[in-house]
Design a protein around this ligand. Structure first.
Ligand code: CDP
Ligand code: CDP
Length: 221
């Protein structure tokens, strides 16, 4: 149902997409899709079933069989809570490795589009505006400098009591951004029709307000 409005928020790792998208969704009473979680789940499920992150055909088949559920801030795979298990560095890397395969991306398309329900959807990822919801009402490319993003991820981990090394985080983030930007299919890139929101000097509240303003402007068009 293309009449249901979508706010698509794409951008590199740790730019604040998830945090900001969830706040925007809450403010508008919209549904929320964390598309990165879906690639993370695919990587975790493959690891558990002994399927290589390089085996495109097996990954695409696996994607059709995934029993995924998002409920009350928890993610379930085959009935088991995997919310924390998909956030590790290993699975972050795995997600971006499986995400290069066109057959896997195709297999995950319907699942992502099924989140579009009234009264609206806020979706965050890499190709929300370019591939999954090209007719989105509002398209945002959310970014920040690599240094600021690494700092944000570092603080996030320390606050959770997880040991972290800033230099390693910066390195991992740049490796993953390069893979995500350079892949042949659905690379991370700003859609021509997307608005650029550079958040290096913006608070979470300021970023949320800017997106709500854009969405009000777009809804009135
Ligand atoms: O989803 P994504 O990887 O893009 O980022 P995130 O996990 O939502 O945000 C990474 C961290 O940056 C979180 O701890 C946010 O609270 C923080 N953040 C921030 O400090 N300032 C912003 N303008 C946006 C996010
Ligand atoms: O939180 P962070 O921004 O670090 O990562 P994420 O949004 O959870 O995405 C994990 C990985 O999944 C990314 O590095 C991408 O390779 C892939 N991904 C994608 O290819 N397309 C999307 N729409 C979302 C994520």
């Amino acid at each position: 149902t293309s009449a249901v409005p979508v706010i698509a928020i794409d951008g590199p790792s740790a730019s604040g997409k998830g945090t900001v998208a969830q706040r925007v969704a809450k403010a508008l009473g919209y549904h929320y899709l964390d598309s990165g979680a879906i690639y993370r789940i695919a990587a975790l499920a493959a690891l558990r079933r002994g399927i290589s992150w390089q085996d495109e055909a097996a990954l695409a088949k696996l994607a059709q069989e995934l029993d995924i559920c998002f409920l009350d801030d928890e993610i379930y795979l085959d009935g088991e809570i995997i919310t924390e298990a998909v956030r590790t560095e290993e699975i972050s890397r795995g997600a971006s490795e499986v995400a290069v395969h066109p057959a896997l991306r195709r297999a995950l398309l319907n699942l992502q589009q099924s989140f579009r329900k009234a009264p609206g959807l806020v979706a965050d990822g890499r190709d929300m505006a370019t591939v999954v919801f090209p007719d989105a009402q509002t398209k945002i490319f959310l970014t920040a400098s690599a240094e600021v993003r690494a700092e944000r991820r570092y603080k996030q981990l320390i606050e959770k009591g997880i040991h972290a090394n800033l230099a390693e985080i910066l390195q991992d983030l740049q490796t993953r951004d390069a893979r995500d930007s350079q892949r042949a299919v659905a690379p991370l890139q700003k859609s021509e029709s997307a608005r650029l929101l550079e958040t290096s000097d913006l608070s979470i509240d300021q970023a949320v307000e800017a997106i709500l303003d854009y969405s009000r402007a777009d809804a009135g068009k």
